[in-house]
Design a protein around this ligand. Sequence first.
Ligand code: ADP
Ligand code: 5GP
Length: 211
Amino acid sequence: MSEIEPSRSLTVVMSGPSGVGKDTVIEALLRSGAGVRRYVTATTRPPRAGEIPGRDYHFVSEGEFDRLIAGDSLIEWAHVHSHRYGTPRRGVFPEPEPGADILLKIDVQGGVNVKRQMPETVMIFLAPPSWAVLEERLKGRHTESEESLRLRLRNARREMAQVVHYTYCVVNDVVEKAAARVQAILRAEKCRIRDANALLAAYGIADEPSR
Ligand code: ADP
Ligand code: 5GP
């Protein structure tokens, strides 16, 4: 690999209201071989049917979550929909494949917090094609009680308002299209000029007098 090739790995935050399709789009991205890896976060929420510990979340008890906070083992954590969720620091839990771009599926409070600590983080907001579609998707998933559904829909309005903190908005109309848009963003981010002097030095023209 040449020094000039844009090879940096990215930290990407994806947020969006519950039911918009974050998990579905992330699954499509993982399948597409985009070289993205989902960073597994911790939660006190019980697993849903089909969810696998260590793949979908590190499912922990309230006591374990307290210990993660006390040990400064979380980059950020937040109360979301009446459970606690947090992003573990690297190495707190075993990580299967280092090296790839890292995708964090976290809520807007967490996203803003991570961006503050790591300003290079790529901020992507996944939005529904319409409010009616969001409701349909959340109901159609059949994973929430009536009460949890109402809570998630109430929170969704507040979450949408936080789009101001994000750089990109991807509308999840068709899963594959949304995943392709995310891939395009990642490709563009890798081409961004962050340090022009280092770039020119790689061509051996760092000290040109005309600059
Ligand atoms: P989130 O992770 O944002 O809470 P999910 O990925 O669980 O959302 O998606 C919620 C529901 O919407 C699921 O039943 C999923 O199959 C469906 N869904 C997601 N994206 C689309 C889409 N583009 N078109 C139709 N249905 C979708
Ligand atoms: P769910 O219960 O539907 O998997 O996730 C609920 C919400 O919690 C989603 O908005 C998801 O992005 C958010 N979430 C998941 N992990 C984290 C985390 O580590 N930190 C924060 N702040 N939010 C998270």
